[in-house]
Write a protein that binds this ligand. Structure first.
Ligand code: ADP
Ligand code: MN
Length: 174
């Protein structure tokens, strides 16, 4: 049985699948705390410098986990990140993998200014369902859910589904 009184939800998926938009909406609907790992890493310097090849911070996974431990123990968090294999398995009660159709994802990432290999690497990541595989390898399959997130209507349905799940969650059920 988990000691926490509210659940922790991990929201993962390829960049551009809508994790941050979805997490913000779910946070609004449930009062769970939205933790955007990318922003946390920047704010609290939980990295080992800048990666020039990938144009992003080299995340320090140990520092991130140390930073989050108390909040995760307390419960009531939505963790938003495009990776999931380095968090302790015991932290999460639900793992949501957002998925987006290739052409839709291509447009979203182009609008974000992604080009060349950065763009194609992310599209490939989505085609090969890298994050879904990572989630299934890292967590019990029965807590992993893949949700299609191409449109605002789909996002609203996904938010409603997870908000219902959250309100009926009980620590006795884990
Ligand atoms: P991520 O955090 O996974 O990188 P974002 O939440 O930043 O993705 O969303 C990427 C872009 O796609 C943003 O411009 C956002 O407004 C748009 N977007 C996100 N979810 C949807 C959706 N369900 N339908 C349409 N557009 C969306
Ligand atoms: Mn994001």
């Amino acid at each position: 049985m988990a000691a926490r009184s509210r659940p922790n939800i991990l929201v993962t998926g390829t960049p551009g699948t809508g994790k941050s938009t979805f997490s913000a909406a779910l946070s609004e609907a449930t009062n769970l705390r939205h933790i955007n790992i990318g922003e946390l890493v920047k704010e609290k310097n939980l990295h080992d410098g800048w990666d020039d090849d990938f144009n992003c911070y080299i995340i320090n996974e140990d520092l991130v986990c140390d930073e989050l431990e108390d909040m995760m123990e307390e419960g009531g968090n939505i963790v938003d990140y495009h990776g999931c294999d380095f968090f302790p398995e015991r932290w999460f009660d639900r793992v949501v993998v957002l998925q987006t159709e290739n052409s839709v994802l291509f447009d979203r990432l182009s609008r974000r200014g992604y080009t060349g290999s950065k763009l194609s690497n992310n599209i490939e990541c989505e085609i090969f369902q890298v994050l879904l595989e990572e989630a299934k390898e890292s967590y019990r399959e029965d807590i992993v859910v893949a949700l299609k997130n191409d449109t605002v209507d789909e996002m609203n349905t996904n938010v409603a589904t997870l908000a219902d799940w959250t309100s009926s969650w009980s620590p006795m059920l884990t």
